[in-house]
Design a protein around this ligand. Structure first.
Ligand code: FDA
Length: 390
């Protein structure tokens, strides 16, 4: 049987980073992954430019049943540390908005940097993991190429999002096998889908983007909203999807900062002969203004003929649009998985299972889900560093 000190399951963002942090003279570190290429999600992240961290990182940017759990690892491995690595690797980057740092060039530069950082560890791709068992004070990882005995195992196989590029529920299965609890999982940072009656508005507007504000539960976001053939997407929708639960309605402000009813009344007083749709187009993109006027049966109506209640209803339609999504696009397109390995069963400093010394869970498989904007990678780096150094 092959013997190593540390075996890391999963060669994604967290697994590769953990391998680099876990290296020490004389320590054998092995990373296993069933994919043929490491870190496929880094490659496709941030539209191919990898939003590798966020300067505003703090525990308040994460959803978890235990909102303080991430604080320790995030404090000990802060965004500045990762930016230092990126700078030393000579990778050019820029801040896009709201603290989000992106590569100027290809996202794969980040993967190359992580692979350089873990030189000295062994990366074994195309390797199926058939099982993990405890044997005395060691673990045995079964693979088609033979069994591997390890003093420590770090599970970094991610969540369920995007099965097409290799996501599986292995981390949750292993957690349960070793007696850890797993909180309910669902797709997050994901487009929302609508029933036919709402699609009548969305579908013809597919491709149109407007700035919107949505408050739902503890989530409060203002960013671009994108109409799609299946419903709504764009950053503001992805953000709120992490807070939304099946069956709940959302209230969307399609014109933040503007009181649409008041503006329509003012326009009625100054240029009442104009059409309602034309007036709305002073506030909203023309296609959206036309669609809302048509939906209200006012496509050809003049502003002067509209009583206050009708303008107030139109204003509410824009500032307080009530919709009830029927679902999400699911793990097929979700950027992350909400929920996962229960943090009550993990040590926040080492990411080790409290009842199973030597077994750790890091990255997306843990019940720590970041907002959109580089937070999920920062969690991958920070949790991986905590486990690697432990
Ligand atoms: P990750 O999923 O990266 O890696 C898991 C690895 O385990 C994979 O290599 C997989 O093949 C392997 N694996 C899974 N099951 C296995 C099994 N049974 N046997 C063997 N190996 C197995 N975040 C962010 O901060 N900024 C961004 O710009 C983006 N952009 C983005 C775009 C898109 C399209 C997606 C889908 C996601 C993002 N994210 C993101 C989220 C980010 O990609 C995610 O949070 C991290 O990749 C999670 O890192 P992990 O290492 O935990 O899992």
């Amino acid at each position: 049987m092959e013997h190593v000190d540390l075996v890391i399951l999963g060669a994604g963002a967290a697994g590769l980073f953990c391998a680099g942090s876990g290296l020490a003279p004389g320590r054998r570190v092995l990373v296993l992954d069933h994919a043929q290429t490491p870190a496929e999600k880094i490659r496709i992240s941030g539209g191919g430019r990898c939003n590798f961290t966020n300067l505003a990182t703090g525990p308040d940017r994460f959803l978890s049943a235990n909102s303080r759990f991430a604080a320790s690892a995030l404090a000990r491995y802060a965004p500045g540390a990762f930016v230092g690595l990126v700078d030393r690797a000579g990778i050019a980057w820029h801040e896009k908005t709201q603290g989000q740092l992106f590569c100027d060039g290809k996202a794969t530069q980040i993967t190359d940097m992580l692979l350089d950082r873990m030189a000295g560890a062994e990366l074994r791709l195309g390797t199926r993991i058939d099982g993990v068992a405890r044997q005395g004070d060691r673990f045995v990882v079964a693979t088609p190429g033979g069994d591997i005995s390890a003093a420590r195992v770090v599970v970094a196989t991610g969540g369920k999002s995007i099965p097409k590029i290799g996501a599986t529920g292995l981390a949750y299965d292993l957690a349960r096998q070793f007696g850890l609890r797993v909180t309910a999982t669902r797709p997050a940072l994901v487009p929302l889908t609508f029933a036919e009656q709402d699609l009548a508005l969305c579908r013809p507007l597919a491709g149109l983007s407007v700035e919107a504000r949505i408050t739902h539960g503890a989530g409060r976001f203002r960013d671009a909203l994108l109409f799609t053939h299946r419903g709504l997407s764009g950053p503001v929708i992805l953000q709120i999807s992490s807070f939304w639960q099946a069956g709940e309605a959302l209230q969307i402000d399609l014109s933040p900062d503007r009181d649409v009813a008041a503006e329509l009344k003012a326009m009625r007083a100054s240029r009442g002969k104009g059409l309602v749709a034309t007036a709305l187009a002073q506030i909203l993109p023309e296609r959206l203004a036309q669609a809302i006027a048509t939906e209200a049966g006012l496509a050809q109506a003049r502003l002067a003929d509209q009583p206050n209640p009708r303008l107030e209803a139109l204003g509410a339609r824009v500032n307080r649009w009530q919709v009830r999504p029927v679902g999400t696009e699911g793990y097929r397109t979700a950027e992350v998985t909400h929920g996962g390995v229960d943090t009550r069963d993990l040590d926040a400093k080492t990411m080790q299972a409290r009842q199973v010394p030597g077994l750790s869970f890091i990255g997306e498989c843990v019940d720590v889900t970041g907002w959109l904007g580089g937070y999920n990678f920062q969690w991958a780096w920070a949790s991986a560093d905590a486990a690697g150094r432990a």
